[in-house]
Design a binder for this molecule. Sequence first.
Ligand SMILES: C=C(O[C@@H]1C=C(C(=O)O)C=C[C@H]1O)C(=O)O
Length: 115
Amino acid sequence: MTDAVATASTNGATGDATRAAALEELAGIRKSIDNIDAALIHILAERFRHTQHVGKLKADAGLPASDPAREERQVARLRQLAHDADLDPEFAEKFLGFVIAEVINHHERIAAEAE
Ligand SMILES: C=C(O[C@@H]1C=C(C(=O)O)C=C[C@H]1O)C(=O)O
């Protein structure tokens, strides 16, 4: 056996063990990711339950679907929270914007149905 072949076969055995350990660790981390994803869905569902309520209140009172001043305060607050939590503030703002845009669609639909 040449030195190169001996080294390769040792690396192969070590590689298999390293890969098996990595796969086990990966499976554990993915369990945590799945739990967090489930929590996010539940939190979002709860948020939309409340925003649907706001949509009905606004439609009944003839208030506009969107409130840009409130959104500005939310963006500033979430950007600061994201920064403090080592999360990209740009991402936090985009995520909030995505959610709020959907909420405003719901509110417009609720108002149209109330007409
Ligand atoms: C829920 C509201 O309606 C809209 C949606 C918002 C949200 O999803 O957080 C915030 C402001 C409004 O543009 C609200 O006015 O509070």
